[in-house]
Ligand binder design. Structure first.
Ligand SMILES: [Fe+2]
Length: 216
């Protein structure tokens, strides 16, 4: 479902019925300004300084990742924590614990993320420790403006036309990083981030992305 946030009913929407939700104008211009200002104060780590991640996603440019500060993290979770998310998370049996993990990301011209389904996160955890299971992935955009020529779309895929053949994946959604929009989808699902085009110049694709997870 793709719908303006003011028309969306978070009580009745179900990720079981519709695994990809796109909300337009989720954040106000003032909220986006506040998150961008928090991003300016953040301490960024580049992909090349995260060797395990860089190895998992080679030739992806050199995008940046940062922790979200306390007040912004609270505001973020307060706003995105909608009943449809809780309903989906609680639909899984025998949950021991619930987890969230969100970060700031900054993609400049040349940066991208290849096709993956968000299940393989072993490189982010200590060996031998079972990571929580990612259930819903979220990506949302805070830059001031974004043009179609600048790239950086989130491409979502359905199952491959020929089972087991990655090259036959079928595109189901092409989600431009519209300022203030929010995409949430059920994991696992194959997806990728298109390379930000040179036509973006110095413009950055500024997002928060991460997961709602369960521990069993
Ligand atoms: Fe992903």
């Amino acid at each position: 479902m793709r719908i303006p946030f003011y028309q969306f009913n978070p009580e009745t929407f179900s990720f079981i019925d519709d695994p990809v939700l796109i909300l337009e104008d989720f954040w106000s211009a003032e909220e986006r300004r506040q998150f961008r200002s928090a991003m300016e104060r953040a301490t960024w780590t580049s992909l090349t300084d995260m060797p395990a991640v860089a190895q998992a996603f080679p030739n992806c440019g050199n995008w940046l990742k940062a922790d979200i500060g306390g007040p912004e993290a609270s505001h973020f979770l307060e706003r995105v924590g909608m009943p449809c998310i809780a309903n989906y998370i609680e639909s899984f049996p025998n949950i021991k614990n619930r987890h969230v993990n969100f970060n700031f990301y900054s993609y400049k011209a040349g940066d991208c993320l290849p096709t993956h389904d968000d299940t393989d996160d072993a490189y982010t955890y200590a060996k031998g420790r079972k990571p929580p299971t990612r259930r819903l992935a979220l990506a949302t955009y805070f830059h001031e403006e974004w043009h179609p020529d600048w790239g950086g779309e989130l491409i979502m895929y359905g199952p491959p036309a020929n089972p087991g053949q990655q090259t036959s994946l079928q595109v189901t959604h092409c989600i431009p990083p519209s300022p203030g929009s929010l995409a949430i989808f059920a994991v696992p699902r194959q997806h990728r981030v298109c390379r930000v085009d040179a036509l973006a110049g110095e413009q950055k694709r500024l997002s928060i992305a991460g997961w709602f997870m369960t521990e069993h």
